[in-house]
Structures are given as C-alpha cells and as structure tokens.
Design a protein around this ligand. Structure first.
Ligand code: FAD
Length: 275
C-alpha cells in the first residue's frame, strides 16, 4: 500500500535484499500526503511522495498501482511476510442530516472531489479542520469553525499557530469552540426562494447547522455548505486467511493508530528492519 508507511516499509525491506511488491489501489502513490500537501504552507509535503517513490524504485520495489491488495492477490505472490499499511479513512459522524447535498467531507474538498463556495461551516476544529478553513478562506469562502471541545486548533504547533491565526484574521474566519452540532437541515424559509431561483435557472441551497452549547442553548448557523472534519478511523485489513496459512503479517502506520507522518515512517522502518 503506497502511503508513506507502505513506501517506507517497501524501501527498507528492498534495501535489505528482500524481493518486495507494493500494491496501491489508487492510480497514484502517497496516500493522505496528497491532501495533506494542499493547505497553505504545506506544498513541500508533495516532495516527500516523490522522494519515497524514487527511493523505492531505486531499491528495486515492484510497484503495482491501481491494484487493490486482497487475500488472493497477496497469496498469488507466495510471500513470507506481508506488511499491511492500509492507512485511514475520514470519519463522518452520525449527525442527523449529514446526507444533505450541502454537507461535504474535508478530505474530498482538499482532494478537489467536492467543490464548496460561499458561506462554509467547518465541523471539527482539529488540525485538518483548521487547515481546511485556511484553504477555503484563501479560495474566497466565508468560513466559520465549530468545535465541540473548548479549543479550536488543539494540536497545531506553536510555531505554526501564529500563521494560522493571521490567515483567520485576514479573511475573517470565525472560531466557535464549545458547540456540538446536533442536526443539519435545509433552510425551509429558503426552500420557497430556491423554487423561485430554480425557475429563473439560478441554483442555491441554504442549510441550517444547529448546535448546542454547554448550557444546552441552541446556536444556529446558516451556510451554503458544511464541511465535516471530524477525524479519521483506521482502514482495517482482514489478515485472518494469511495468518491461517502461516504468513507473518505486520501492520504499520495509520491502520494501527491514526497519527502522523513520523509515526507512519517509524513503524514502517521498524517493521521492515525486523524481517
Ligand atoms: C488533511 C490532512 C493533513 C495532514 N497533515 C499532516 C501533517 O502536516 N503532518 C503529519 O505528520 N501528518 C499529517 N497528516 C497525517 C498523515 O498524512 C498520515 O498520518 C499518514 O499519511 C499515514 O500514512 P499511512 O501510510 O499509514 O496511510 P495513508 O497515507 O492513508 O496511506 C494508505 C495507502 O494505502 C492504500 N490502500 C488502502 N487499502 C488498500 C488495499 N487493500 N490495497 C492497496 N492499497 C490500499 C490507500 O489507497 C493509501 O494510498 C495529515 C492528514 C490529512 C488527512
């Protein structure tokens, strides 16, 4: 699997003289690094995809892009060891109304798969939510961040935080900690206007993002889009058939614990060195 953990594990194992095949289900390598590199100041992350890929090629790794690893494809290679580095997927929380057409996923927005404009409420003020807010503010969106805990941007390094806050100040990004989103619904008042707009060929769809504060007061936001940035969950790979056949299986990176690039690289390096 060709995220940073899979690429690093493949590089180290091949450098040690093992015959290594890397499966990547997408037609491109890099995993989450492809979206991690999109927000402001982060373009350099792209270079690490190129560096890791080149190092794998030089070490003789057989890279199979556009090929999903499953039990059959793995067993066809008769491996001694399988390093699983399936990474993580974004998490969509079970909020009423999350299926509304105005609700997007921050990962898909950063990947350019979903387009948002106008007034945007980011649901989740962790690192990904805060970086998506910066990215969208620079694209001309009017952005508000809603965060359940007491702090927006917890986990952003103190050297980076001033730049983030400066971007927020420049573009008027507002921060709303201590609010839990309870439901998302179409703005019914707006619906009548939408019908009129459709008659005149304009499209518009307003949504209400209904939150509760810590005293259970209702705090509503009206927006054109809500963008979910509520964290990630490991992508589980079922290794039971491989283990039953006596094949060694080692899991590395975000599929073990959603963390960061250094965790992905370190767990991959250690795993490849251990075989
Ligand atoms: C928006 C965003 C910003 C981030 N910014 C930072 C940052 O600034 N600093 C930092 O340290 N970390 C950052 N991270 C986290 C970091 O990108 C991840 O921790 C890291 O990419 C995890 O690496 P991984 O290889 O374990 O998983 P991934 O990067 O998720 O890679 C897994 C790969 O496996 C492939 N795959 C999955 N299943 C299969 C299968 N069955 N067959 C074949 N291929 C498969 C996937 O397509 C993917 O390419 C960010 C993450 C996001 C989403």
């Amino acid at each position: 699997m060709g995220g940073p953990a899979g690429l690093e594990a493949a590089r180290v194992a091949a450098t040690k003289g093992h015959e290594v095949t890397l499966f990547e289900k997408q037609n491109y390598l890099g995993g989450q690094l492809n979206i991690a590199s999109v927000p402001p100041r982060k373009i350099e992350i792209r270079r690490s995809i190129e560096d890791l890929t080149q190092a794998c090629i030089q070490a003789g790794v057989q890279i199979q892009q556009g090929r999903e690893a499953d039990t059959d494809s793995i067993l066809s290679l008769s491996p001694d060891t399988v390093i699983v580095a399936t990474g993580a997927n974004s998490f969509m929380p079970p909020i009423v109304g999350i299926d509304d057409s105005g609700v997007c996923d921050a990962w898909k927005v950063l990947a350019g798969e979903q387009k948002v404009t106008g007034r945007v409420v980011i649901i989740g003020g962790g690192i990904v939510g805060c970086e998506t807010a910066e990215y969208l503010a620079e694209q001309g969106c009017q952005v508000a961040i809603v965060e359940m805990s007491e702090e927006v941007g917890a986990g952003i390094g103190i050297t980076v935080l001033p730049s983030v806050l400066e971007t927020y100040r420049r573009y008027g990004v507002t921060q709303h900690p201590g609010l839990k989103v309870t439901r998302i619904e179409p703005n019914h008042f707006q619906e009548a206007q939408e019908q009129e707009a459709q008659k005149s060929q304009q499209s518009s769809h307003e949504i209400n993002i209904v939150c509760k504060d810590q005293q259970s007061n209702i705090v509503p936001f009206v927006a054109d889009f809500a963008v979910i940035a509520s964290g990630a969950r490991p992508q589980i790979f079922d290794s039971s058939d491989l283990l039953a056949q006596g094949i060694e299986v080692i899991e590395v990176g975000d599929c073990v614990k959603v963390a960061d690039i250094s965790h992905a690289i370190k767990t991959a390096y250690d795993a490849a060195n251990s075989i």
